[in-house]
Design a protein around this ligand. Structure first.
Ligand code: PLP
Length: 405
């Protein structure tokens, strides 16, 4: 199956797109669905009694059901639409953190967390005089469960971790993390931004308290994200954004708030985004995780083999740990942005820099690196072009160095 054909961008432009971990390209079925919504069904959900408003509300509810099924949440009320993973984590930090984290409490973060799962907690820790603690990495560059056990205590109120590390693609032991945290009555925030494209998340089986992800990383449009929370926890939290349909009654001086999920969806919801996310989930499930991972693994193997042959690439991909199709690497002695810039002239798109994970980069003592990430629409030609571009990087930077020495 030529999956590339399902993504119009690859017919419209020349691109060897190896940056899916930043954002995935969009299949035609998703794009068509969003256009169909705006061409036929656009209305403000829950705001009117006319047909289009009612239709938009129905579509939103239907999309919510698809997300509920996707992560096996108990109820649709536990699915809150946000604009992104970042907004979802901010929602939890503000709405839970401001009310329930107090002076002397502790928040535990993985050192590999994305900034989106660090900075909101720094804000709460400063505001509430709580303490932030980090769990470092074991020999496989994975979240160190022994370090974690050592740092947990009855002061720990929140544990926030990524299910998959965005820089390296390392899969984290989420189930064990949740089991350990719950022994201490701490709540766990699972950042699934990098993992929902790679394996099933069953929030009931995991017993996750919160789980968040962005639509744009799983073939959906930008501007739609998900915050899952257990109903009993969401019910005791304050709203995050005030105004719009999240109210019950408003008087001049006071307001009461709507039930879940509206309580957390202030303002007009992104129905077009939700409809696109629903279609993206259907698309993903139709292909299946097995196929996605098979394609990624095949290209990963080929790329690693050929990059190692070049002799001037340093990879940060530990072979002993379960990973997604991500390769973090540097061309020895060359800044990652220079590598990315040269690859771009070969129409090869990769990510370079600190990957919004500066604490991890400092911990590993790697100021910046390149990241290749594969997906279902990539093929061997993309890897060949990557290698061709990397050879050019070698030619430009490394042979120049030799002549200067
Ligand atoms: N968490 C992880 C692990 C990520 O990889 C990203 C984005 O790359 C985010 C959070 C933030 O996602 P967004 O920018 O969609 O809010």
């Amino acid at each position: 199956m030529d999956y590339k054909k399902k993504f119009p961008i690859f017919s419209n432009i020349e691109s060897h797109y190896l940056d899916t971990a930043a954002t995935a390209q969009k299949p035609k079925v998703v794009l068509d669905k969003v256009v169909e919504y705006y061409e036929n069904d656009n209305g403000n959900p829950g705001r009117g009694s006319h047909a289009l408003s009612i239709k938009a509300e129905e579509l939103l509810t239907d999309a919510r059901k698809t997300v509920q099924k996707f992560i096996n949440a108990k109820k649709t009320e536990e699915i809150i639409f946000t604009k992104s993973t970042t907004e979802s984590i901010n929602l939890i930090a503000y709405s839970y953190g401001l009310d329930y984290i107090n002076e002397g409490d502790e928040i535990i973060l993985g050192i590999s967390n994305h900034h989106a799962n660090i900075v909101p907690w720094q804000f709460i820790a400063k505001k509430k005089k709580a303490k932030l603690k980090y769990v470092y990495l074991d020999d496989n560059d994975q979240f160190d469960l022994n370090d974690f056990k050592y740092k947990m205590s009855d002061k720990t109120k929140i544990v926030a971790v990524s299910a998959v590390v965005n820089v390296t693609g390392v899969i984290q032991p989420i189930k064990e993390i949740i089991e350990i945290a719950h022994k201490w009555n701490a709540l766990v925030v699972v950042d699934a931004a990098q993992s929902v494209l790679h394996f099933k998340h069953d929030v009931q089986e995991l017993d996750a308290d919160f789980l968040v992800f962005s639509g744009h990383k799983i073939f959906a449009p930008m501007g739609i994200g998900v915050m899952y929370g257990k109903e009993e926890i969401l019910n005791k939290m304050s709203p995050f954004l005030y105004g719009g349909d999240m109210i019950e009654f408003v008087t001049e001086q006071d307001s009461t708030f709507a039930q879940l999920p509206n309580k957390f969806e202030g303002g007009t919801q992104n129905v077009g985004g939700a409809v696109g996310l629903q279609e993206a989930i259907n698309f993903l499930e139709e292909i299946g995780y097995e196929k996605i991972n098979e394609v990624e693994a095949r290209l990963y193997e080929k790329a690693m083999k050929e990059m190692n042959k070049l002799g001037f690439i340093e990879t940060y991909s530990d072979e002993n740990v379960e990973k997604t199709g991500v390769i973090a690497f540097n061309v020895k002695g060359v800044h990652s942005h220079d590598v990315s810039f040269i690859l771009d002239s070969y129409d090869v798109a990769i990510r370079s820099g600190h990957h919004c994970a500066q604490p991890l980069m400092s911990y590993l003592d790697v100021p910046s690196c390149c990241r290749v990430s594969f997906s279902i629409y990539n093929d061997e030609k993309d890897v060949d072009k990557l290698i061709e571009g990397l050879k050019k990087v070698g030619e430009i930077f490394l042979s120049k160095d030799k002549s200067e020495n």
